[in-house]
Design a protein around this ligand. Structure first.
Ligand code: C5P
Length: 399
């Protein structure tokens, strides 16, 4: 199932240069399963043709209020969510005043669903007291505002005013629609990536982990309305949109952050590949390579974070999902781990399968839950694995 299957979105495009980005947003919305009705202002049609939006939505694009005199009422009534992207200073002002002087504003005034506006304009127009007032009035009425980003603007200037990227708008749409999730409004901690143990100030012992699985879970939980804290080891990935991020390097730091953050958390999704071994005596200064006879490293066991937080999690009833990578008797071993470490659900990876697990884009997991239910998922992109895992977790929480 795709995240927006069965959802009806009303996309209102006003006349900003960023209107071309709305076509990409529309593409992403339909790819996510949404049925999208598009309304364009006449200014928007001077920038991008209605035919583009008609082709991408597979539906009639509305612009003229008089073409079908009741269309604005129907579109407003049937939508689950309306998004105005780009929202020019002009349409924001008209909405703020409650005008219904064209198809776009009339439909928005008739809409009974949540509305998200995504302003885009020149920085000086954005900074105008008049624009600020429009935004404040809309926000006070419960209209959601996704503030524009800082960056290069159409005229070559740099400042705040860029339309947010389509993925960011899409994430917000998902979050606004997902208020029914048991995760909505609750604190969810996701750990991701590897941990490192220093040998000296420049070298370390680490493990192969890209952080992608944790990133995907953090984004998916955020889209479902959770307040997400991503506790991440060193990775190349840029922070996902939405979750708060705390960076750590060593397993002990990860344990410290969790010990502090777990008491008011609702769920812990433990995807981090925590290194089990630490360098026993890290050097304070860079070890010289001229060292006679090479270098012997003694490794010792590091903290098992799930084991060490077991009591704390039990005391605060933190729902816990962990991952396990197994080679032999995988289901038995993963089930034993689930019980020993006090988890509610474990996602089992079988080691040595090509193109899955650590560092890969795809993953193939088997979900085992504390009640003994076992479900083997097919090989899927990690984003989809994340969605399936959270769907399953939500089912448990509802049940
Ligand atoms: O025992 P194993 O490493 O297979 O357990 C996997 C689960 O335990 C994962 O969720 C992982 O994040 C967590 N783990 C941990 N502390 C470790 C190693 C793994 O919490 N030192």
């Amino acid at each position: 199932m795709r995240p927006l299957d069965g959802r009806r979105i009303l996309l209102v495009v006003s006349g900003g240069i960023a209107a071309y980005k709305s076509a990409i947003l529309l593409r992403r919305l339909t790819a996510s399963g949404a049925q999208v009705d598009v309304v364009m202002t006449s200014a928007a049609q001077k920038l991008v043709g209605a035919a583009t939006f008609e082709a991408l939505s597979g539906r009639t694009v509305f612009s003229d209020l008089w073409e079908r005199p009741l269309a604005h009422i129907e579109l407003g009534r049937d939508a689950d969510l309306a998004v105005v992207a780009p929202a020019t200073a002009n349409i924001l002002g008209r909405m703020a005043m409650g005008l219904a002087d064209d198809m776009a504003t009339s439909t928005l005034l008739a809409a009974a669903c949540p509305i998200l506006v995504c302003p885009a304009m020149n920085v000086r127009m954005w900074d105008q007291p008049a624009t600020r007032e429009s935004i404040e009035r809309l926000a006070a009425r419960g209209i959601h505002v996704l503030e524009p980003a800082h960056g290069e603007l159409a005229e070559g200037e740099v400042g705040v005013g860029r339309l947010e990227e389509p993925e960011v708008i899409l994430a917000h749409i998902g979050r606004l629609l997902e208020t029914a999730s048991p995760l909505a409004g609750r604190k969810v901690i996701v750990t991701a990536g590897p941990t490192r143990s220093p040998i000296d100030p420049v070298r370390f012992v680490g493990n192969r982990s890209s952080g992608r699985m944790g990133w995907a879970l953090a984004s998916s939980a955020w889209r479902r309305g959770a307040e997400v804290l991503l506790v991440a080891g060193p990775t190349e990935l840029k922070p996902p949109y939405g979750p708060a991020v705390v960076r750590v390097e060593e397993s002990r730091e990860m344990l410290e952050v969790l010990s502090r953050e777990l008491p008011d958390a609702y769920a812990l999704l433990m995807t981090a590949a925590v290194s089990d071994f630490l360098v026993a005596e890290p050097a304070a200064h860079k070890i010289k390579k001229e060292l006679a006879g090479g270098l012997d490293l003694r490794l010792e066991r590091g903290p098992d974070i799930l084991a060490e937080t077991k009591e704390l999690r039990a005391r605060h009833a933190v729902v816990t999902l962990g991952f396990a990578l197994e080679t032999d008797a995988p289901v038995e071993n993963a089930t034993r781990k689930l019980q020993a470490k006090g988890m509610d659900m474990v996602a089992l990876n079988v080691a040595g399968r090509e193109g899955t697990g650590l560092e890969a884009e795809m993953n193939q997991v088997t979900i085992i839950d504390v009640a003994g239910a076992i479900e083997e998922l097919p090989l899927l992109p990690k984003e989809e694995v994340a969605d399936r895992l959270l769907d399953r977790l939500e089912e448990r929480l509802r049940g």
